[in-house]
Design a protein around this ligand. Structure first.
Ligand code: PLP
Length: 397
């Protein structure tokens, strides 16, 4: 169907793993369509499938199955965490997030600000890192309802020191949530003894389908549901369950746990990412890496090709059958510079010259090599047509 396509946009979404599709099939078109809340055996088959998937997702995070709540997507999980904290602590009017959060966190926070809440956004340094001292100073035991930090940035892949941050926040008696949509499945995360109270993940970023997500909810954390209705998911998320999606997420979680346990997954991703990045740095002059070189996801490379319009570059790559993204996929079509790169102190010009490549378990070396060729050619072509010749851009705004 997509012969010859080279898909290097796995932070936007991923291919459903064939084993995930096969596990879902009985619940999609194989006749197992019972309602998991029904009392007869046909319904109980669906209930058992959900319970199995809950255990698989819990195992990936090293938590208890009853601490996993299935939702429709990462965005829903994040929104429920934010709103739950505010409802559990109505007297508290303050939230702490990082400056480069995904819009699934940033937008609800902007809305809450418009309703009179205070939001502190922790600064990012030039490599995309936050400062734990700034976090400690920002959290007020009396007024902060929640601290929410993105574990791995979707644009740069840069990691937050989540475990240490969660400890600081717990010490002040405040709830801690992490948007781990990009981290889960790419890094081994064990929440067994962690101070993280809530964590959001999304199926379509880890080879399960779109339309399924989960919220980890520590059994000691207070929680108020966001969706009210039939009381599914132990009353924590009403709505008839997406059985096939849940089964798919469970299967993907099991596959990734096995892959991460033997370290093969991370090594594979990093080898391919480094091959791509190093070749582009070597072969394309005036190429810069956006974000910390070590403290980042193994699959993500965000590169600035100085003086080159990323939109133009992406069109040429698209013509060559290569998919990658200008910063965040959710920002595609907008002319605004990336919020993340801006927060890191980069100029609008640097943002507009930056492209994100993100590999997956399905990426092959030969695809990386073809991409390097194509990028080199496209950048040369675009630089020749530039009046300035595509010289270096200013680093800071
Ligand atoms: N958080 C991060 C870091 C993401 O990358 C995304 C998706 O792009 C989301 C949240 C939203 O997840 P979903 O698409 O499942 O709503």
């Amino acid at each position: 169907m997509n012969d010859g396509l080279i898909y290097l946009d796995n932070n936007a979404t991923t291919q459903v793993h064939p084993e995930v599709g096969a596990a879902m099939e009985p619940y999609l078109s194989g006749g197992l369509y019972g309602n998991p809340s029904a009392g007869y055996r046909f319904g109980k088959q669906a209930r058992e499938a959900i319970d199995g998937a809950r255990s698989q997702v819990a195992a990936l995070l090293a938590v208890k199955p009853e601490e996993i709540v299935f939702t429709a997507c990462g965005t829903e999980s994040i929104n429920s965490a934010l709103h739950s904290a505010l409802r559990c602590f109505p007297e508290r009017r303050h939230l702490v997030i990082a400056a480069g959060e995904h819009s699934a966190t940033e937008k609800p926070c902007e809305y809450l600000e418009s309703r009179g809440y205070r939001v502190t956004r922790l600064a990012l340094d030039g490599e995309g890192l936050i400062d734990l001292d700034e976090l400690e100073a920002a959290v007020s035991a009396d007024d902060t309802a929640l601290v929410s930090l993105i574990w791995a940035n979707n644009e740069t892949g840069v990691l937050a020191p989540v475990e240490a941050a969660a400890e600081i926040v717990r010490g002040k008696g405040v709830l801690f949530h992490s948007d781990a949509v990009q981290a889960v499945g790419k890094l081994p995360l064990s929440l067994a003894d962690s101070a993280v109270s809530m964590l959001s993940l999304s199926g379509h970023k880890l080879h399960a389908p779109k339309g399924i997500g989960a919220l980890y909810l520590n059994q000691r954390a207070r929680f108020e549901p966001w969706l009210l209705g039939g009381g599914q998911e132990g009353g924590r998320r009403s709505g008839t369950e997406n059985v096939a999606g849940i089964v798919g997420l469970g299967q993907a979680a099991e596959l990734l746990k096995n892959a991460l346990d033997n370290e093969g997954q991370q090594q594979h991703l990093q080898k391919l990412r480094d091959r791509l990045e190093q070749a582009l740095l070597d072969r394309v002059p005036n190429t810069l890496v956006n974000g910390h070189r070590e403290q980042r996801l193994p699959n993500t490379s965000n590169l600035c090709f100085e003086g080159v319009d990323a939109e133009g570059l992406l069109i040429l790559l698209d013509n060559a059958g290569i998919c990658c993204s200008p910063g965040s996929a959710c920002g595609t079509g907008s002319v605004k510079p990336s919020r993340v790169l801006t927060a890191m102190g980069f100029s609008p010009a640097r943002s507009r010259s930056s492209v994100r490549f993100s590999v997956s378990m399905f990426t092959r070396e030969e695809e990386i090599d073809r991409t390097v060729e194509a990028v080199e050619q496209a950048v040369n072509k675009l630089r020749v047509t530039l009046p300035s010749g595509g010289g270096p851009v200013a680093r800071h705004t």
